[in-house]
Design a protein around this ligand. Structure first.
Ligand code: SF4
Ligand code: SF4
Ligand code: SF4
Length: 309
């Protein structure tokens, strides 16, 4: 039994879950292996040119990399290869950032390796700090299980480093500073966009981000069709469409400082997680509300440019 520390790392692979039924893990491996050529150039390499690792990465359904639920019987799985953090998953593949942990690295020598190790951890009062990860050493083909026994802060640090180089005004109008995913998502246009509108789409790109890129816009705030748009986060079933459109319109008409001031004031007044709850009923009313918040909340004077719409 070896104790190792591994900082946060990226795996690109084929994703599925226990909800997909019996044999889903093997199916994911078949799919990943038969299309490996699509990700081969993204794989992280050792100094000698060999692949760093082949991973059967696991997480609970909350995507917090906690152990599989219901006595380790339910969770999500990614069959793939360790890749560089900056890698972008091709269409049909998913990219996960596994948090940093101290692990017990156990060779898989028998079918009951998992159960035996869990028993050992219990008997020695060692709590499992996260989901167990399957690892194959590419050079030798040896299989190991990585049992996380202590967290480290490397994933948070990695995301915060990436954030410092990206714009925290999202493409659709939301502001990353006030987002519940802020700790783990580096922003819409970053290599670690963890917004579900990106991670759940087949090509890993949020439709609003893709549309703005195609049109050459920095964000939807620059688009004349924003009010009637139903793309991505603006779709009728999104609970934040009007709120994010109002923020984008405020940004367009009054600038970044107004948005920042309005959000700061709103969050001072309301103890809430989702600004949708306050702003989503009507775009015009929301813009008016935001303007009031901006005017009362601005620490520095900002110039209202006038409502151009
Ligand atoms: S989910 Fe969107 S708003 Fe939240 S941190 Fe990520 S990019 Fe920013
Ligand atoms: S919905 Fe799209 S544009 Fe909006 S925060 Fe998420 S990734 Fe960014
Ligand atoms: S059409 Fe919609 S998604 Fe595309 S840039 Fe305009 S507002 Fe954004």
């Amino acid at each position: 039994m070896e104790k190792i520390t591994k900082d946060a790392f990226c795996v690109i692979g084929k994703a599925g879950s226990t909800k997909d039924g019996e044999g889903f893990v093997q199916k994911l491996w078949n799919e990943a292996n038969s299309h490996f050529v699509e990700v081969a150039q993204l794989a992280a390499k050792n100094a000698d040119g060999s692949l760093k690792g082949i991973w059967g990465a696991m997480t609970d359904f909350s995507f917090e990399f906690k152990p599989w639920e219901n006595n380790f019987s339910e969770g999500m799985y990614l069959a793939g290869v360790e890749a560089e953090i900056s890698a972008v998953a091709p269409k049909g593949w998913k990219k996960w950032i596994i948090p940093g942990f101290e692990y017990l690295k156990i060779p898989v020598q028998a079918p009951d390796t998992f159960e035996k190790t869990i028993k050992y951890l219990k008997e020695n009062n060692i709590p499992l700090a996260g989901a167990v990860q399957d690892f194959t050493e590419p050079k030798t083909g040896e299989n190991f299980m990585f049992f996380p026994v202590a967290c480290n802060d490397s994933k948070r640090k990695l995301i915060q480093d990436l954030k410092s180089t990206t714009n925290q005004f999202s493409v659709c109008g939301l502001h990353c500073e006030y987002c519940f995913l802020s700790e783990w998502c580096a922003g819409c246009k970053s290599a670690c966009n963890m917004c579900s509108y990106a991670t759940l789409s087949d090509d890993n790109t949020c439709p609003n981000v893709a549309c703005c890129k195609e049109k050459g816009f920095d964000g939807c705030y620059q688009c004349g069709k924003i009010r009637g748009c139903q793309t991505g986060f603006y779709s009728p079933d999104s609970d934040g469409a009007n709120a994010s459109k109002a923020l984008a319109i405020l940004r367009r008409d009054y600038g970044d400082k107004a948005v920042t001031a309005a959000l700061a004031k709103m969050h001072e007044k309301y103890d809430f997680l989702k600004l949708q709850e306050v702003l989503n009923a009507d775009i015009d009313k929301a813009v008016e509300q935001l303007k009031t918040f901006a005017e009362t909340g601005a620490q520095q004077a900002f110039i209202i440019k006038g409502n151009a719409e």
